[in-house]
Write a protein that binds this ligand. Structure first.
Ligand code: PLP
Length: 474
């Protein structure tokens, strides 16, 4: 029971928590697909979300964040600029326009992104996409031919793109991945988690010939948040260059890249940053690595200083800081969408209140999952760490063998959106900017029903096979 005499797992309690939520108004800034829209197969006329709107339970911001309304407004304003100004949109400021000129759009974006990743604006470049940026960072900072250290350490369960980046960078230098690629595997058969101590022990083992460490801030499958400052400090003390892939961490947990002395990082903006599918990414390069001419960096004209960029004299005059890594002029459509979504972060008061709600709402979801009498804990396991300091907004639920397809279908039938990672995990992410305690409550109820259906289906299968195995646990 709570202070109001409500059961903590009741719908009324969820309503009370939503009423007390200081970020509850921010949900209005987002377009949440309705249940009917998710079932329709035709393109809606417009984003008319307000009439008769019965929102779906969307807990999938770890995969693709929902659109802020402001994105549509700012894109229309961008279109009005382009259509009324043509090429002058590059440098002509318009009165009453909230948009930067196209020439300044990337700087504006890095200014807005810097507090979210804990960096100086000069250490942030908004450019390209995550995988491309990892390659660009490695092309600059993985130089086995120069320093003789050839190994790159990553986790064995790294996101495939990260794995491919490391593997092909090694091959690109005519080295052999079986010798130069060190994968950290979970030491235990029963858990996918990697403790900090274990990671440090692998770093120690390979320290003398390791050039670079690439880890995710948050592991995509388990939702584990790594101890970025401790791992960075240890690896750097051994002469290893440290890159973090922040795909699942940016906009999700507080990050202090500058103060944590991280060498470099890259991220995407379509998950918790809500800038849209395939949105422009970003990278961080610590200020100690990006001053002046820099021999390792691949260059393009947009990395040149604005003052000399248009001189057309084939002299690369790099912007000091991360922006010197920029190659092409960025898509303004893309950057406008990102800047609009970053405006919503500012409206919410930045990462501190967002994280505060995230910790609470994720703990609430976990409590409902662990405490619900409507389903049996033997049917799934929460594989995300229990401690709030070791996770963001995502809980990964590992289901009993053979349950995944049925559970996903039943959730979808109930207009509950989560995502799956085969063979047996569903990921549930209460994104604090737009999710409610009510969403978590509704998910848990639907999940219980979905498990019931999965159990019945399994029992039917076992009966047909003449075994009784499942009965012991249900
Ligand atoms: C951890 C991680 N790394 C890399 C990627 C690939 O990102 P992109 O397709 O934007 O390069 C993703 C995509 O979700 C990811 O989650």
């Amino acid at each position: 029971m709570d202070d109001e005499g409500q059961h903590v797992d009741s719908r009324e309690h969820a309503v009370t928590l939503d009423a007390q939520d200081p970020l509850s108004e921010i949900r209005q800034e987002f377009l949440i697909p309705s249940k009917a829209q998710l079932k329709t197969k035709s393109l809606p006329q417009a984003e008319s979300h307000d009439q008769f709107h019965d929102p779906s339970i969307y807990l999938c911001g770890n995969s693709l964040g929902l659109p802020p309304r402001l994105v549509s407004t700012r894109l229309q304003q961008h279109f009005a600029t382009w259509s009324s100004q043509g090429v002058f949109g590059h440098f002509k400021p318009l009165t009453e326009s909230p948009l930067p000129t196209w020439l300044d759009a990337d700087s504006k974006a890095s200014e807005m992104m810097a507090p979210i990743v804990g960096a100086h604006p000069a250490e942030v470049a908004i450019m390209e996409t995550l995988t491309a940026n990892l390659h660009l960072l490695m092309s600059a900072f993985y130089r086995p031919d120069i320093n003789g250290r050839h190994k790159i350490i990553l986790e064995s369960k790294a996101f495939p793109s990260d794995h491919f980046v490391v593997e092909t960078q090694i091959k690109h230098h005519s080295l052999d991945p079986t010798l130069s690629m060190i994968e950290i595997s979970p030491p235990s058969q029963t858990s996918s988690l990697l403790t900090t101590e274990y990671i440090l022990s692998i770093i120690d083992k390979h320290a003398s010939d390791t050039a670079l460490l690439l880890l995710p801030g948050i592991q995509f499958y388990t939702g584990q948040l790594f101890d970025i400052p401790a791992i960075t400090a240890h690896a750097r003390s051994l002469g290893i260059f440290v890159i973090w892939d922040l795909a699942h961490a940016v906009g999700n947990v507080p990050i202090q890249l500058h103060d944590w002395n991280v060498d470099a990082a890259a991220w995407c903006s379509y998950k918790y940053i809500n800038a849209g599918p395939g949105a422009i990414g970003g990278l961080f390069v610590h200020e100690r690595h990006s001053q002046g001419e820099f021999s390792g960096r691949l260059a393009g004209w947009w990395g040149s200083r604005k003052e000399t960029r248009f001189a057309m004299d084939n002299h690369f005059d790099p912007i000091s800081g991360a922006k010197g890594f920029q190659l092409s002029n960025p898509s303004i459509l893309d950057i406008t969408a990102l800047n609009a979504s970053l405006e919503v972060f500012a409206m919410a008061g930045g990462m501190e209140p967002i994280r505060e709600k995230s910790v609470k709402i994720t703990a609430y979801l976990e409590k409902l999952l662990r405490g619900s009498e409507s389903f049996n804990m033997n049917l799934f396991e929460i594989i995300t760490p229990v401690q709030p300091s070791r996770r963001g907004a995502q809980l990964s639920l590992k289901l009993r063998d053979g349950f995944l397809d049925v559970v996903m279908k039943e959730l979808e039938d109930r207009s509950v959106v989560v995502d799956e990672r085969k063979p047996d995990v569903i990921r549930v992410a209460p994104a604090p900017l737009y999710n409610t305690y009510g969403d978590c409550w509704a998910f848990v109820r639907a999940f219980g029903e979905a498990l019931d259906v999965a159990v019945k289906a399994k029992k039917g299968e076992l009966k047909a096979e003449g075994t009784k195995e499942l009965e012991a646990t249900t």
